[in-house]
Design a protein around this ligand. Structure first.
Ligand code: ATP
Length: 247
């Protein structure tokens, strides 16, 4: 059994059939990349796993730690240890770094009080642990989030997600809009989180950078998986890279 097993799901936006019989699995402790062109279905896959609606998952099963989580509300999936960092990052630009982190904590505690989250396992990172993990954020506690660099904003978005109990972190295009030097900083941060024991599934259009970081990769095209192998195998598979990733 893998930490995450997506078994033959079909997902729709209204009547548009986007994911077709899509299966993938993520092993505990690994960094797994889901790669593909614009519109291939990467975000839809992450949203289907995280219980976000839309899309509507009509067939197939999403299993996390062996339990069927298909169709659970997003906050229940999150309470079980899956955190999604969406592409648009969702930080509060007019609040400081510290305030952004504080609000993530309030959100966590509120959902616990309402009893909607089924918290199992460990709690999320404390603020001190977050600052130890992200020294760049520590130096900028009082800076408004909107004035952080793109890479720092991405780190803040990840840090906010880790305030929830997270066994599986889903990252939607963490390198989007970042210069190569900054991508390296985000890469380092993701490696530290991984070394700390969090499993990671990341979606990227920047296949070259993602292959550097990942242990294993899937390639998605038109809503279905067309490649599954080690990052090494994908690096060597020129045909797949050219055909589906354009690199
Ligand atoms: P990108 O990198 O451009 O975000 P992606 O691989 O993440 O690409 P998705 O966002 O999963 O692609 O989109 C897959 C398909 O679903 C696309 O054809 C897109 O237009 C469609 N789609 C996405 N969101 C919706 C929505 N809310 N309603 C209808 N169709 C949608």
């Amino acid at each position: 059994m893998s930490l995450l097993d997506v078994e033959a799901i079909d997902a729709y936006y209204g009547e548009s059939h986007i994911l077709r019989d899509l299966s993938l699995s993520v092993e505990e402790g690994e960094i797994c990349a889901l790669l593909g062109r614009n519109g291939a279905g990467k975000t839809t896959t992450l949203r289907s796993i995280a219980g976000a609606t839309p899309p509507d998952v009509r067939d197939g099963v999403v299993r996390f730690k062996g339990e069927d989580v298909t169709g659970l509300a997003a906050e229940d999936v999150s309470g079980r240890g899956i955190s999604l960092v969406p592409e648009e990052r969702r930080i509060f630009p007019n609040l400081t770094v510290a305030e952004n982190l504080h609000l993530a904590e309030v959100a966590r505690n509120t959902s616990n009080t309402w009893g909607r989250s089924v918290s199992v396992g460990h709690e999320g990172l404390s603020t001190d642990e977050v600052y130890a993990q992200f020294p760049r954020l520590d130096e900028r506690r009082t800076q408004r989030a909107g004035t952080l660099s793109g890479g720092e904003q991405q780190m803040l978005a990840i840090a906010r997600a880790l305030k929830q109990n997270t066994d599986l972190l889903l990252l939607d295009e963490p390198y989007e809009g970042l210069a190569p030097k900054i991508i390296e900083d985000v890469e380092d941060a993701v490696r530290r989180i991984s070394d700390d024991g969090t499993t990671i599934l990341l979606v990227e259009q920047n296949a070259a950078a993602a292959i550097q970081l990942a242990d294993r990769a899937y390639v998605i095209d038109h809503g279905g998986i067309v490649f599954d192998g080690s990052a090494e195998e994908l690096r060597e598979d020129e045909e797949t890279r050219e055909r589906y990733l354009g690199v």
